[in-house]
Design a protein around this ligand. Sequence first.
Ligand code: SF4
Ligand code: SF4
Length: 197
Amino acid sequence: MALNHYFNNIVTATTSIFEGMSITFSHLLRKPVTIQYPDRVEKPVQEMLPARYRGILDLDINLCTACTACQRACPIDCIHIDEVKVDKTYIIVPETGRKVAKIKSPAVFNINIAKCMYCGLCTEACSTSAIKHTPKFEMSTDNLNNLILRFVPPEESERLKAEEPEVIKRAEERKAAEAAARAAAKAAEKKSPPDPE
Ligand code: SF4
Ligand code: SF4
């Protein structure tokens, strides 16, 4: 009985070694799925990624209305926005052709890409497609500070912040002028005699 058990163990061990090795050896004949990187590929890796690959984030500042929806959507607070009021303009959302009023702009728009987990929630929250994932994935650095993406240069940030009081003043003057014009039109309507029937 004990002898049987002993030989059975030998057979099991030998079979399992052959099974394991057959899988290992089968890979010798297969086309490799791994690639040599970065210098031995037919074309740049970024061009071989799927269309919806979620790489490092990018921002089109012209499309950003500083609504902060992306900042609020980020579950780990990677995004920091300081918004300022700007003179009203309109932007056209590229994907839909929708016209959107822009009355604010980011004076600071930073993304801490070291914290980012590439979940895409910020891009889904953005109604103007200003924030998007790119196929970029290389940002190796030995300094964490280099992983904070700053989309508004400091001098531009200073300029926007300095101009904000004037922008607010202009908007208030415009509102007051519009209200006065509406009141004048109403008064003129009241004074004019009713149409003869
Ligand atoms: S991809 Fe996710 S983690 Fe990264 S900034 Fe956007 S919401 Fe935050
Ligand atoms: S990137 Fe989009 S969601 Fe974020 S503040 Fe700008 S417009 Fe709003």
